[in-house]
Design a protein around this ligand. Sequence first.
Ligand code: HEC
Ligand code: HEC
Ligand code: HEC
Ligand code: HEC
Ligand code: HEC
Length: 490
Amino acid sequence: MGKTSAFFIKTAVSLISRGKLSVLGGIMTSVLAPVLLICVVLDIRGTVDNPYFGFLIYLILGPLFVLGLILLIIGVFISRGKEDIGLFTFEYIEEQLTRPGRYTRIRRHILLSLIFTLSTLLLVTLVSYTGFHYTESTAFCGLTCHQVMGPAYATYQHSPHSRISCVECHIGKQSQWLTKAKFSGAKQIFAVLFDTYPRPIPQPITSLRPIRETCEECHRPEMFHGDKLYIKDRFLPDEHNTHVQTALLMKIGSGGYLGRKAQGIHWHVSEDHPVFYKYTDHAQEDVAEVWLQDGEREIRFSKASATEKLDTSQQGTIRKMDCMDCHNRPTHVFLSADEALDEKLVTGIIPREIPFIKRQALETITPHYASIDEALQKISRGLKEWYDANYPDLANQDKTLLDKAIAGVQQAYMENVFPEMNIDWDTYTDFIGHKNGSGCFRCHDGRHVSENGQTISNDCDSCHFILAENQPSPDVLSLLQQTFQHQRQP
Ligand code: HEC
Ligand code: HEC
Ligand code: HEC
Ligand code: HEC
Ligand code: HEC
């Protein structure tokens, strides 16, 4: 037995040491194989809690191991001396097999390469399998191409979906989309390597699989019903940063279920009366025509004035309405400067007691900056200078208060603006409401008219009741509180 293994090692060494290439390949594979095996086991057991660990294993060590293997194979089989080539000709093998003495030797050769091949195959299979799962992980998607995915990852992390992996929305389980995603993923890696990717990544993205399948794995809007109270906290740009509230009773509605009629906002979701529309720009904001298919009946609403109505030759792309026409930003929510600051003020990250902080913060946060560093510096300097000049007492009395405010304003900036990807305030439009006439108002603008004069409604009460709009302590909320306290008293 000892003799056999000594022979194996001798043969292996002699084979490998014939060329520099194969020596290099041999060293690489034999050093990397045990390291890779240990790392993969650690990764499977989840021992190492560092998001870059997977990157090290599957995008550095793994490919290096494969490179070593390739060098080894090239070295052993291809770049050999002329006389050795004979080793692989048919005559040579025939000679080996017919000469009795040689037969045992060739058998050992075969055994050796079999063991080597099998163990390599095992390792490669293991690494590819776990590596495949790694490419499905949030760490891979969010961190590998740090700059490209930075904005998507940052916004994802403080969204309601931050516990759902990227692939659950972007790829899903069906093999058809999986293959598509891996191909487009490989293409994207090249785009990153050669720095040809678009900045910002244009909206809407085209690679999402049918969105209803995706969202409806967890949500069932046909079952939503009733109205829901939405309260929005805002701060006015005055000396006291006055806290005001907007209260909306949102008609969430449902797509109809078990004989119930579809109604309210999620009426659009029902398959009984699909809504189609034709848009003429890339952002899908310019809606030329909308039609509603209700059984046999079809109602067409057209934006054009009555005389040029229904010019069907007009260019455009047709789309069936789905969740994305309202929830296009379910996870990558980029706030406006106003909203971002209000959020920091309501949570106390920016102290409200500093006079004019909303107004001054807005002033320093909204200009266009070329880089994050520049932005952070100018925000800090801008605020310090203004408060030094106008509220010197504040700067002298309590330095920490102003420092806290500056840090909060910088945070609001960094969570929503990404200069290196050309993402500024309001780069991405959210369709959920009707900011700047977009979103719902793409169709509900009162200008889409059917042939018999019916319009898609823009009556303020059709989607929500406005219970209060930017009011300090609105009556309706006080009333609700009083009623609640009253009921709790014995
Ligand atoms: C709840 C589902 C969901 C999850 C989870 C999710 N995304 Fe998205 N993502 C979307 C949707 C929907 C869009 C399309 C927006 C559009 O086309 O207007 C999108 C768009 C993007 C874009 C294009 C840029 C943009 O903001 O429109 C990138 C990049 C992206 N996602 C990366 C990620 C990464 C990385 C993760 C995980 C860290 C992730 N996504 C998790 C739903 C999701
Ligand atoms: C894997 C399950 C899952 C998938 C897929 C998913 N969601 Fe969600 N979604 C959730 C959970 C869980 C919550 C509740 C989070 C919470 O309340 O903190 C949620 C919350 C929401 C909310 C309420 C957000 C809020 O501010 O209260 C909306 C709207 C929403 N999802 C839309 C979508 C859309 C649109 C899609 C498809 C692009 C989608 N979701 C895909 C699980 C999912
Ligand atoms: C016509 C626009 C529209 C369509 C289409 C639409 N939604 Fe909504 N959805 C809304 C609005 C508006 C709200 C409430 C406001 C908000 O969430 O900011 C809402 C709320 C929700 C909520 C939170 C419900 C709650 O009770 O808090 C979920 C989850 C949701 N939608 C999922 C979906 C899914 C999944 C689809 C696709 C099958 C879909 N929606 C289609 C407009 C729409
Ligand atoms: C692509 C066009 C389009 C968009 C975008 C759109 N809608 Fe509609 N919506 C329609 C059409 C068409 C009708 C049916 C009008 C009719 O029957 O008069 C409708 C009807 C409604 C209704 C009445 C449903 C009922 O019970 O009869 C509500 C509420 C509504 N939409 C809310 C919204 C909200 C909220 C948004 C944005 C989040 C939105 N819609 C975005 C096309 C659209
Ligand atoms: C087609 C449906 C629809 C119509 C019509 C509509 N709204 Fe809205 N509106 C919405 C939705 C959806 C939101 C919630 C967006 C969100 O979740 O942030 C909203 C939000 C608002 C807000 C709160 C904005 C904020 O974030 O502070 C105000 C104020 C408002 N609407 C006023 C109006 C007024 C005034 C009208 C009439 C001219 C009107 N809306 C018509 C759907 C509609």
